[in-house]
Design a protein around this ligand. Sequence first.
Ligand SMILES: [Zn+2]
Length: 338
Amino acid sequence: MRSTSRQQVDALERGDLPPLDRVRDDVWALAQPMPGGHLAYSFTYLLRDADGGVHVIDPGWDSDSNWDRLTAALAEIAPGAVGAGAVTGITGTHLHPDHVGMAARLRGASGAPLAMHAVERRALERHRVRQFDVDEALGRLADWGVPAGRRRELAQDVDRSPEELVLVVDRELDDGDLLAVAGFRVSVMSTPGHTAGHLCLRDDDRDILYTGDHVLPTVFPGLGLGGATPSNPLADYLASVERILPYGGYEAAPGHGYLFAGLGERAAACADHQLERAREVASVLAGSGGGPSGPTVWEIASRLTWTAGWDGLHGFQLLSALSQTRMHQDFVSTHGLP
Ligand SMILES: [Zn+2]
């Protein structure tokens, strides 16, 4: 894997925000800062269509300064446009607020329709109406074998949804659909795993794959981060990695980090990283003696290696460690290791 954008890598090494980057004659990458410290920014991609309008992929975290950055970029690439007036369409790769947080503001100011996967649209609606049930949360933690004294600490974060977003989705996207962008042929690839309705966008004319948070150059994406799903996020993710391998020679335009070549190799490394964890869980299960009910999620998690150390995990981090362990345990017992 190597970066295809010198200025993005230089900025990353300096700890600066990359400047507006021209990816092709009619495609730009705009870095939009986000809070949290884990990743400094997400990428918004701007596609200038054959009629001079602009299609926006993932408008980014919602803040006044990001809004100013976006409108300044629009003025630069679509001169004559006032404010968000040039925007003719918006697509969200998935429901996280660092990707679509500003979609409502942009939709309101431009009148452009917002398109997302149908699964994300339904998840956004579910998160808005859900009532938190503390007894149910405590029950689930008990099922996972969490000691009684630790359950309260975790209960308020169980099933925590991504930051609440109020978004009106105008168009539901599904696998194989084409985005409505004049002069472009960008097709939708359903790639569940990071979230259940995550999608990648493929431009076969320009050999670009917009990967959202499916494959990233500097970190391995977390899985199952869009609310509960009936399927196993790891099994979904591995299948989604397989789906993009035929396009492994395309330039990757990711949601964070920098544009890069070597997408196939990086996607395989992301899958391997997840399988490594599943293998570790399998070996804990194999060494546990195989009693009738087996070890609890808590017991398995406590025997895995964690960057912060098992004892260093608290609150949301601990809960996240437990849910990932639960996902891997379920994967190993229902799918087996490839
Ligand atoms: Zn995400």
